[in-house]
Design a protein around this ligand. Structure first.
Ligand code: HEC
Length: 124
C-alpha cells in the first residue's frame, strides 16, 4: 500500500512539469503578434501595421482585401497558407517569404509555433 502511494506521488511529480509547459496560443498571440495584427477572436477586424489574420489558414498569402501595404515579396509569393507554411514563416519570416517586410524575429520553439498556428486556425 505504501509502495503504491509512493508510486502515485512519483507519477504526479513527473506529470506536473509537462502540464506546466502547455503553451497558451492566445497569450502568445497577444504578446508577440497583437501589436501589429488584429486578434482574430475579436469582432470588427481591422488592419494594423500588418493585415488582419482572421481566416488566414487556407487563404492565399498577400491577399487580405482590406490590407493595402503588402510587400512585393509577399504579393509575389502566391502560395496559400497551410499550417506547415505558417509555422515555417513564423520560425523565420524572411527565409520563408523572401522580401517580406514583417519585422518579426521568429518563434524559435516548435511548441510556440504550433500553439499560435492552432490559435489562428480555431473556428470563430
Ligand atoms: C512588427 C509588426 C509585426 C509583428 C510583431 C508580427 N507581424 Fe505578421 N505581419 C506584419 C506585416 C507588416 C505583414 C505584411 C508582410 C508583407 O507584406 O511582407 C505581416 C504579415 C503576416 C502574415 C501574412 C498575412 C497574409 O495576409 O498573407 C501572417 C500569417 C503573419 N503576419 C502572422 C504573424 C504572427 C502569427 C505573428 C506573431 C507570432 C506576427 N505576424 C507578428 C507585421 C508584424
Amino acid at each position: 500500500m505504501k509502495a503504491l502511494a509512493v508510486a502515485a506521488l512519483a507519477a504526479m511529480i513527473v506529470a506536473t512539469p509537462a502540464a506546466a509547459q502547455v503553451v497558451d496560443g492566445k497569450k502568445l498571440f497577444t504578446s508577440r503578434c497583437g501589436v501589429c495584427h488584429w486578434d482574430p477572436a475579436k469582432p470588427g477586424e481591422q488592419a494594423r501595421m500588418g493585415p488582419s489574420l482572421s481566416g488566414v489558414v487556407g487563404r492565399k498569402a498577400g491577399t487580405h482585401p482590406k490590407f493595402t501595404r503588402y510587400s512585393k515579396g509577399m504579393k509575389d509569393f502566391g502560395k496559400p497558407w497551410s499550417e506547415a507554411l505558417l509555422a515555417s514563416y513564423l520560425e523565420n519570416p524572411r527565409k520563408t517569404v523572401p522580401g517580406t517586410n514583417m519585422a518579426f524575429v521568429g518563434l524559435k520553439k516548435p511548441e510556440e509555433r504550433a500553439a499560435v498556428v492552432a490559435y489562428l486556425k480555431k473556428p470563430r
